[in-house]
Design a protein around this ligand. Structure first.
Ligand code: GTP
Ligand code: MG
Length: 180
């Protein structure tokens, strides 16, 4: 057979970040794709339009290039952001555990995703900013219940403290690859 380093399959996987403004989508992408300092900034710089990063990963013996599209959550960009949903294989849907509106908006994002990308798509739900326990307004069990109802994985994450970021992306990538 082919030895180590010989040509192997390399797949391109399109993942899209979705969720309200300020929940931490850009911070999560930065934490995941730009290891090393400073991987986190506490100042808010809204995403304008769209941005993408590429992260090469290897699962078992399969080389995968994750193309991660970071959309803008601000309402004025909604049409533009959702136009990038088409053709995506995976979604990282994010709310902020300290912002109830961002959690209540999840159902509407789900609808946008299924409408644009079809119902075969893989989604993971993230309750971000879990480092801000004293400001929490969304209990963990509510996130778990919502994810369970939709049959999707759930993680509470912190882009700031690097909690569950790697696990979230690898869980999503594995689910996508299992379908290939
Ligand atoms: P849009 O681009 O407008 O859609 O926002 P976004 O979802 O990309 O949010 P962004 O990553 O820009 O983060 C918004 C603010 O939340 C920034 O001030 C970040 O520093 C902060 N933030 C993001 N993630 C975390 C986290 O895990 N913990 C804490 N404490 N703050 C966070
Ligand atoms: Mg952003």
């Amino acid at each position: 057979g082919l030895g180590q380093g010989a040509a192997r399959k390399s797949l391109l996987v399109k993942i899209v970040m979705a969720g309200e403004s300020c929940v931490g989508k850009t911070s999560i992408v930065r934490r995941y794709t730009e290891p090393g300092s400073p991987a986190f900034s506490s100042s808010y710089l809204a995403t304008i339009g769209i941005d993408f990063k590429v992260k090469p990963v290897t699962f078992n013996d399969t080389r995968v290039k994750l193309q991660i599209w970071d959309t803008a959550g601000q309402e004025r960009f909604h049409t533009l952001s959702t136009s990038y949903f088409r053709g995506a294989q995976g979604f990282v849907l994010v709310y902020d555990i300290t912002n109830l509106d961002s959690f209540q908006g999840i159902a509407s994002w789900m609808k946008d995703i299924y409408e644009k990308a079809g119902d075969e798509v893989d989604i993971i739900l993230l309750g971000n900013k879990c480092d801000k326990e004293t400001e929490r307004v969304v209990p963990k069990h509510k996130g778990e219940k919502l994810a369970w109802e939709h049959g999707i994985p759930f993680f509470e994450t912190s882009a700031k403290d690097n909690v569950n970021i790697e696990d979230a992306f690898s869980t999503l990538t594995k689910e996508i690859l299992e379908k290939k």
